[in-house]
Structure formats: C-alpha cells, structure tokens
Design a protein. Structure first.
Ligand SMILES: [Zn+2]
Length: 407
C-alpha cells in the first residue's frame, strides 16, 4: 500500500473529515448518518460522501436499521475491524517484538526475533522485515490490508525524519535512517517514535489514558524514560523531551551512561540495580544473586530474587521505588497531569517499587496537585511498547494526518 500523500488543502480537509467520520463510527457504532452529522458537526453532503468512501474501502459496513424518530428507520453504520490491520514493533537493545492488530485493537499475531546490543542496523531491519512476513503469513493477512508499521525505539531520535540518532547500548547505531530502511524492506508506511512517547500513545489509545488530556508515562526497566502527552498531543520538545531518567537526584552520585553523575537512571534503573547488587555482594552482603555477581546481574534476576524472598534484591527495589517516587513527585509539580502511568518491568512487576513510588510520589508533591493526579501502573502487560507502536498507526488512520491526538 502506498502512503497517502496530501497534495493540497481540499485533499487534507477531505482526509480529516474522513478520519473524523470513521472515528465516530468506531467509537459510537452502530450509529446512523444523522448521528454522525450531529456528533461531528459536518453537513449532509460531507458525511454522505465520507461514508460512501469508507464503505467503498470496506472500512465501514451497514448493519441493519435503527429506531425511527418519525420518518424512515435509519441505516446503522459500524466499523469493519478486519478491513485493515496495523503492525507495532518494539525495537530495543536486546529485544525485538512485532505484533499485528486489527482496527479494534485486538492482537491477532505476535513474533519475537533475536536481538542483542551488537545486532547491526542492517541485520535488525532484515529481521523486522522477516518478522512482518511471518506474522502476516501466520494470521493469513495480506500485506495490502496493512495500514502501516509503527516502531517504538530508544531515543534520541528524530520522529519527523525517521532517523535514530545515538541510542545508548546499541553498538554501531548512529544516525540510522530507520524509517526509510524499513519502508524499503517491508513496502509499508512506517512511523518511528521514541519508546516513551509510543508507550504514552498506547495508554491514550488502549489503556488508562483514554479520554485523558494530560498524562505522563514513565518507563522503569533496564533504563528509565518518559513520554509526555499535553492537551491531548504528544510533546516532543525539539525531539528529545522526556529524558526524566537523566534528571540528577544525587549531585555526587555514580556516573551515568550519559556522562553525568547521579542521574535517576544511574541510581534506580535495572542496569543500576544490577551493578549495585554485584558491588554489595563483592563487599560481603549475602544474596542468592551471588553466583551471578561476576557474569552480570540483570533486571529479570533482581525481580525473581525479590519474589523468592532475597533481602538484598528487595532492598534494592525499595530504593528504586523511593527514587522513582521523587521523580513522580517532581513530575506532578512540573506538569500537574491528570494521570501518571508507570510502565516497564520494575514498575509493572515489583509490588515494592510500585508501592514506594505511589507513596512518595504523593507525599512529596505539592498537596493540591497531588490530590488531582491519578497514579497507576500500566495494564497493557509486557507488550505495552508493541501496542504503543501500533497505536501510532491507528491514531493516524482515525485521527487524521495532522495531529496525532486531537481532542
Ligand atoms: Zn544520565
């Protein structure tokens, strides 16, 4: 499928109207044309033409008659959720997952491919293209029915130009034109977004953020990052907004991968906890992680050890939760959001981290603002980034080519 190119003002307005009508039918269907006119404020001809267009594209179906308000019974319209599909890809230093979703957001296929920090851009692109072919074949979906591929990748990146700039922990990835490479390899339209932003988009589309206009999502995993939605729009700044993991919490703290000292990420990320665990074990602290101290202690090991009752792991997670709580409180004060979503393995799977973060996040924020915010953990599971990536394409289809998340 070719990318829809907007060539002029009337074309743009036609596309926006089409998205507007389609979104109302998605959210409120089965719904009559008259109701679509009432909700959108569009006139008779515009709605009639847009619906005819959508039916011709198989995106909308007529499904029987509604109740009459005097005259003829109106024909009801509904979304055809399997008319098209969207793909989401989570690309991380050591993880590569591709998911296929229908237009109602149901996961209809998933494939995980090998990926390590040394996987080159060419190899990764080839594996994503292979994964796309596999997941489509397994689900029996032809590529012509795919609306696009959304990719959630580590920053910093330029979402506009689709270029991955200098992702830490990915060897040999500098200024990679990932969108172009993936469009060539898959033949699909591709959208690239920083992982935190994609995850925030996923919460708006699928999760706790539905109908929320101001939300911050914080990912607490091997690294720490955030996505920001302000006034219903993703906020990217000049491209790099959301680097909450590199806010300084301890002026003289440990050195961070960014070159600074005492960043949240250097104190509370999975990588940081692993380093700290190994150091404490070398100094004689008892732990069931001792055997791993030389080969490397990862996020997964710490979560498993804490669950098995290991005191060192539990203490480290407690400290992670405390640091995260301060970051949450600072975020509440800075942005006054309605919602903060905590995602990533440390926040989603450790009750200790979550409890501490909620407690301190509220206690240390400005009281009035603290009372206005809901703080929750993501309910989208391990694949929250795959969903977030797919939601970028859904948002473009249903919300139009100009704004990702208009009200
Ligand atoms: Zn840093």
């Amino acid at each position: 499928m070719t990318r829809r190119v907007v060539t002029g003002n009337s074309d743009l307005i036609r596309q926006l109207n089409r998205s507007l009508v389609l979104d109302v039918i998605r959210r409120q269907g089965p719904v009559s044309r008259a109701e679509v006119r009432r909700v959108t404020g569009l006139n008779f001809t515009t709605v009639t033409n847009a619906v005819a267009d959508l039916i011709a594209d198989d995106l909308v179906k007529e499904v029987g008659l509604g109740t009459s308000s005097g005259g003829r019974k109106p024909v009801l319209l509904t979304l055809n959720p399997t008319a098209r599909y969207v793909l989401g890809c989570e690309l991380q230093s050591a993880k590569l997952v591709i998911g296929l979703f229908d237009l109602a957001g149901n996961l209809v296929g998933r494939v995980q491919k090998p990926k390590c920090p040394r996987t080159s851009p060419d190899e990764a692109v080839a594996r994503i293209a292979e994964g796309v072919r596999e997941v489509l074949a397994a689900a029996g979906v032809s590529a012509e029915k795919v609306e696009g591929l959304g990719v959630a990748a580590p920053g910093p990146l330029d979402a506009e130009s689709g270029v991955l700039l200098t992702p830490p922990n990915m060897v040999g990835w500098q200024n990679v034109p990932l969108r172009q490479l993936l469009e060539e390899a898959t033949g699909l339209p591709v959208m690239l977004e920083k992982d935190g932003n994609a995850a925030a988009a996923g919460e708006v589309w699928f999760g706790a953020g539905k109908a929320v206009r101001n939300l911050i999502l914080i990912i607490v995993d091997d690294g720490i990052g955030a996505g920001i939605v302000i006034g219903g729009q993703l906020y990217r700044g000049k491209g790099g907004a959301g680097e909450i993991g590199h806010g300084t919490l301890d002026l003289d703290g440990p050195r961070c991968s960014c070159g600074n000292h005492g960043c949240l990420e250097a104190l509370a990320s999975g990588f940081a906890l692993g380093r700290k665990a190994a150091e404490l074990i070398r100094r004689g602290v008892n732990s069931q992680l001792a055997d791993l101290a030389e080969s490397g202690i990862g996020t997964e090991h710490i979560l498993a050890a804490a669950e098995a009752g290991d005191k060192l792991a539990a203490d480290l997670l407690d400290e992670c939760g405390r640091m995260l709580g301060i970051a949450v409180a600072n975020t509440v004060n800075m942005y006054n959001p309605e919602l903060i979503v905590l995602a990533g393995r440390l926040a989603q799977r450790s009750p200790i981290v979550l409890e501490r973060a909620l407690q301190l996040g509220r206690a240390r924020a400005f009281p009035v603002l603290s009372n206005q915010v809901r703080i929750v953990r993501s309910g989208l599971g391990d694949d929250f980034l795959v969903r977030g990536a797919a939601s970028l394409i859904l948002a473009r289809l249903f919300r139009g080519p100009v704004n990702l998340f208009p009200s």
